[in-house]
Design a protein around this ligand. Structure first.
Ligand SMILES: Nc1ncnc2c1ncn2[C@@H]1O[C@H](COP(=O)(O)OP(=O)(O)OP(=O)(O)O)[C@@H](O)[C@H]1O
Ligand SMILES: [Mg+2]
Length: 302
């Protein structure tokens, strides 16, 4: 829960409600512990961190997951995944990396706002290759030697670059050059580019057509549909320990869907606060009223 919102909420919901501890407002940590206990949860179900344990496989997410895994395992070289803000790209990348077999080495670059040398160094460091210098050619030779070693040992290597819509064109070009590291038979390194729809625009530029043509697998993450939103909410509650006594009724799900447009991060933010509103009301079933309270608290924030 975002602190600023939580603070306001604690004030809004708690003053005058049954959630006061004596005459003082409760510290947030204690309040959360109490509401988790009330709903029979072991942890917060709607955190906005990209925790792959909570991944819900809607058809769309399953398809994107399978595409990424297929692209990596069958050494397709470039793989692209595009999706709106908060649709689950980072979560999905992490889930894919957790699923890879032991014979795949991986690097995850979360913030690629770097120059070419920094990016190559970051990839090497994540792969566990010591980086002794900052000479581009030397670094690439070292990386190439590592990739050939891995290939000889029958191992595959994948680099996931998240937020790829922020890559400057020169760095994109460097990435394309990295993908030239190959033997006659194999792509030595699979490169996943994950990013918001701006990535698509960027790749559409004429100067990036060589990179664009090398993309062999493309995946797209769409917002959740209404039915999936309900499934998503109940699945996350279950992962957090809910035993079925608590949940969102269908009017609540409809209200969440209407405001979030099925964007998982927004679904999480609304549901998180709706649980607090339900708790203030001592209701284990979250209804439209609680969701509305949550949405009005989030006004201007979502
Ligand atoms: N399929 C899913 N199952 C469970 N949680 C999900 C799913 N998709 C997204 N989420 C949740 O939504 C939130 C946002 O997801 P994530 O950070 O992965 O989105 P993103 O597409 O990387 O966003 P951005 O474009 O801002 O980088 C996270 O809390 C994540 O756990
Ligand atoms: Mg992300």
């Amino acid at each position: 829960m975002e602190l600023a919102v939580a603070d306001r909420l604690a004030g809004a919901f708690l003053s005058g409600s049954r959630l006061r501890a004596g005459s003082r407002l409760m510290p947030l940590g204690r309040l959360i512990a109490m509401y988790l206990d009330f709903y029979g949860l072991k942890e917060q179900p709607f955190n906005i961190t990209p925790d792959p344990r909570f991944l819900v496989y809607t058809d769309g997410h399953r398809e994107a997951f399978d595409s990424l895994l297929y692209g990596i395992k069958s050494r397709k070289g470039f793989i692209k995944m595009v999706g709106e803000v908060g649709t689950g790209k980072t979560t999905l990348c992490r889930a894919v990396l957790r699923t890879l077999p032991n014979d795949v080495e991986s690097a995850l670059i979360l913030n690629p706002a770097m120059d070419e040398i920094q990016l190559v160094s970051a990839i090497m460091q994540d792969l566990g290759i010591p980086v002794y210098c900052n000479d581009r050619m030397r670094l690439i030779n070292l990386l190439n030697a590592y990739l050939l070693d891995q290939n000889r040992a029958g191992r595959n290597v994948v680099v996931v670059i998240d937020e790829a819509q922020n890559l400057p064109p020169a760095v994109m070009e460097q990435i394309r050059l990295l993908s030239n590291l190959e033997t006659d038979q194999d792509k030595l390194m699979q490169i996943v580019l994950a990013g918001q729809p701006e990535l698509e625009n960027r790749l559409g530029r004429n100067e990036l057509r060589q990179l664009r043509q090398r993309i062999m697998v493309s995946a797209r993450l769409e917002p959740l549909g209404r039915k999936d939103t309900g499934y998503y909410i109940s699945h996350r509650l279950k992962v957090a320990g809910a035993n079925g006594d608590s949940g969102f009724d269908s009017s609540a799900v409809a209200a969440v869907y209407r405001t979030s447009h099925g964007l998982p991060r927004l679904v999480n933010k609304i549901c998180d606060l709706a649980l607090l509103a339900g708790y203030a009301d001592r209701s284990r079933i979250i209804g439209r009223k609680h969701v509305r309270q949550a949405i009005s608290e989030l006004e201007g924030v979502i």
